[in-house]
Ligand binder design. Structure first.
Ligand SMILES: [Cu+2]
Length: 357
């Protein structure tokens, strides 16, 4: 009887459902979820599914489509591996899910098409997550076949989800608040520390380094720290013309991208790589920081091998250091240490002008 009613208002439902992105084919409907969204420049990636909870009927198909430049997975059940395992990006399981076992999309193919489709064959409430961003979670509620969908789902559009504006605002504020800290070392050199990743673990991840450009002097050290609990990054200086893809054409993760290379002193040439800077994610080892000392003047570009296509690139300008001078703070922020340094130079010059000294 209930099925008959649905067919009876078929035309109106078809018009409404096409508008809402729901396609009805006999008893089986296809319902859509969008994975993530972002600011137009891709700097703030929102790690949410839209809608967060979707109610379907047994036999329905759910498709997930990427909503922005960052890649995600849709993964039901507990993965039989840790989250630093190359298998996080690989598909697992079949085309349907009955509420048991591990079923995963692998990296959802980018583009507007239905990147991943899964048919639900049992009633129940099933949580899923993105294995790339463990804080990115969603729920599929599966009702008996023929049960009506909740009104909130049939009128839903991702762009009007109030969570989008909240997450974009939080991410944009975090992006603007990024700073570089400076420390004067005992040998007169400086150490600059900046983010290689920042996020709140549940709504956004930033695809920008802590500063787009940083000016230092020969002998200074730069330390990058991944302060995002949900995202991995690299800090990578490439040879001219060199291209190191994080994902190989066969879908596997490139070991050259994930392994540290080059050492700790950069002379302006060669492939220098932090390797994967993991979030602090137990039981994985804490591998958040990467330090490089710059021994050569010049302007050196670097990138995150995972996210350069989203604009996660940076430049270190290394100026020559005059013999016998105190280090300067560089061009970023003129921090307290830098002002102290200038003050000491000023005192030194004043002392030198004292008569008889
Ligand atoms: Cu990155």
């Amino acid at each position: 009887m209930r099925r008959g009613i649905r067919v009876g208002v078929g035309f109106a439902l078809t018009v409404a459902c096409l508008f809402l992105g729901v396609v009805t084919a006999g008893a089986q409907s296809t319902l859509k979820v969008q994975a993530g969204t972002a600011t137009p420049d891709q700097a703030v990636q929102v790690i949410q599914f839209y809608p967060a909870t979707l109610t379907v009927d047994v036999g329905d198909i759910v498709t997930w489509t990427e909503g922005a430049g960052e890649r995600h997975t849709v993964s039901f059940g507990t993965p039989p591996f840790l989250l630093n395992d190359p298998r996080v990006t690989a598909p697992a399981g079949g085309k349907s899910y009955d509420g048991t076992g591990f079923v995963s999309s692998g990296l959802i193919p980018p583009g507007p098409g239905p990147g991943y489709a899964l048919t639900f064959t049992s009633t129940g409430t099933f949580d899923y997550q993105c294995l790339i961003h463990p804080g990115m979670v969603g729920t599929i509620v599966v009702q008996p076949a023929g049960a009506p969908y909740p009104a909130s789902d049939t009128t839903y559009t991702p762009s009007s989800d109030p969570r989008v504006a909240v997450a974009i605002q939080a991410g944009t504020a975090a992006l603007r608040s990024q700073t570089v800290t400076t420390k004067l070392n005992a040998d007169g050199t400086m150490t600059y520390t900046l983010n290689a990743g920042l996020g709140d673990g549940k709504t956004f991840v930033l695809m920008r380094f802590g500063a787009d450009s940083l000016t230092i002097h020969v002998g200074d050290t730069v330390t990058w720290v991944n302060n995002d609990p949900d995202e991995v990054h690299t800090v990578s200086f490439l040879n001219p013309g060199q291209n190191v893809s994080y994902i190989l054409p066969n879908g596997q993760i490139n070991p050259q991208a994930t392994a540290p290379a080059g050492g700790s002193v950069y002379n302006g040439t060669g492939f220098f790589n932090s390797g994967i800077l993991n979030p602090a994610r137990a039981p994985l080892p804490d591998q958040r920081a990467y330090s490089l000392t710059f021994a050569q003047a010049g302007v050196f570009a670097y990138e995150c091998l995972l996210h350069a296509n989203l604009g996660m690139t940076g430049t270190i300008q290394v100026l020559a250091r005059e013999e016998g001078t105190l280090p300067r703070s560089g061009d970023v922020g003129l921090g307290a240490v830098g002002l102290l340094g200038l003050g000491l130079v000023g005192i030194g010059m004043a002392l030198r002008r004292l008569p008889g000294s």
